[in-house]
Design a protein around this ligand. Structure first.
Ligand SMILES: [Zn+2]
Length: 326
């Protein structure tokens, strides 16, 4: 975490803090600063750009046209919704574009190192990136796309590296791609690879590594509650389930975690992929949850991630004083 602290000290120097304190005046929509724990940037165009179908409903969903417009549109939404920090990774694992993002938005981008197949992870390269300040967390870790289960011993290498570098891990379990994706997009994925309790041995053997489960382990609520109860270092982000599931299903799942006492370990993430507008939809979906108090919303949108990332107090104060651009 030391590296992160240096990063944020620099961020304070770079940032242009505004003066108005974000205030909540009702028990409704949260309008303060937001940390998005799950964003993506792209080095090259991929099939998701342009027109694509909604993964759930099949309706047309217009995404960014190319990597450059995707960056611009994502930044616009970050400004509009007061997203003061984004954890960004590139699905192809190449960090060039992430450095560009970080340079364009000093102090507002944390770089994640993607891992699909742990056998292909070059630990020495990641060590070097880390030394140069080009890696802040290890994630998105998504072995399901390589047909690898969360209890596979090959993942030990990823956790060893996180432990050595003292960085957190963002780990993807499910849903992973559109419904039915195994039949047309991701042939190696299986729903049975996604059971959260399969992570237990990795967690037990690396107790110092902080982990957040991307998409909150949906739909395995009981497993997820057990995992969070048994392993206090486990957090979750809401990501894609906030905008690609029927709203009621998202709320039911979120409520299940909140009712079980984990409201301090749930973080906002968008997983916007090539659809930056989904960031706003995800924010709206959390804000619309009738069972959340305004303090719980503030925790989910900001404070839980600030604690998880161990942001220095000065940075938290600066974020809290940032202006709402709405
Ligand atoms: Zn993702």
């Amino acid at each position: 975490m030391k590296k992160l602290q240096v990063f944020f000290l620099l961020a304070v120097l770079f940032s242009f803090s505004c003066v108005n304190r974000a205030r909540e005046n009702s028990n409704s929509a949260y309008t303060g600063p937001i940390i998005d724990m799950h964003m993506h940037a792209y080095n090259t165009p991929n099939p998701l750009f342009g027109e694509a179908s909604n993964p759930v409903t099949g309706e047309k969903r217009y995404g960014s046209e190319n990597p450059a417009s995707h960056k611009e549109e994502t930044f616009e939404i970050m400004e509009k919704h007061n997203i003061v920090l984004g954890v960004v990774s590139s699905p192809d694992g190449k960090n060039k574009v992430l450095k560009e993002w970080s340079r364009s938005k000093p102090g507002k981008i944390l770089i994640g190192q993607s891992v699909v197949d742990p056998d292909k992870l070059n630990a020495d390269s990641v060590r070097l990136y880390f030394k140069r300040g080009d890696v802040d967390i290890i994630g998105e870790v998504m072995p399901n796309y390589a047909g690898i289960l969360p209890n596979d011993q090959r993942l030990k290498k990823v956790f060893d590296l996180a432990e050595e570098l003292e960085v957190p891990i963002g780990f993807h379990l499910f849903p992973g791609g559109p419904a039915g994706g195994a039949y047309f997009a991701y042939p190696l994925t299986r729903a049975s690879q996604a059971k959260p309790l399969q992570m237990e041995e990795l967690l037990i053997s690396h107790p110092k590594v902080k982990v957040y489960i991307m998409h909150a382990g949906w739909p395995f609520l009981e497993d997820m509650k057990a995992l969070m109860y048994a392993h206090p270092q486990v957090h979750v982000d809401v990501s894609v389930i906030s905008w690609n599931l029927p709203r009621q299903e998202f709320h039911n799942y979120l409520k299940g975690l909140v009712d079980a006492g984990f409201a301090k370990r749930i973080m906002f993430g968008s997983d916007q992929m090539t659809w930056p507008a989904e960031i706003a939809n995800g924010i709206e979906a959390v804000n619309a949850a009738p069972f959340l108090s305004i303090q719980q919303k503030a925790d989910i949108f900001y404070f839980n991630a600030a604690n998880f990332l161990e942001l220095p107090k000065g940075v938290i104060n600066q974020h809290q004083n940032s202006m709402v651009h709405k």
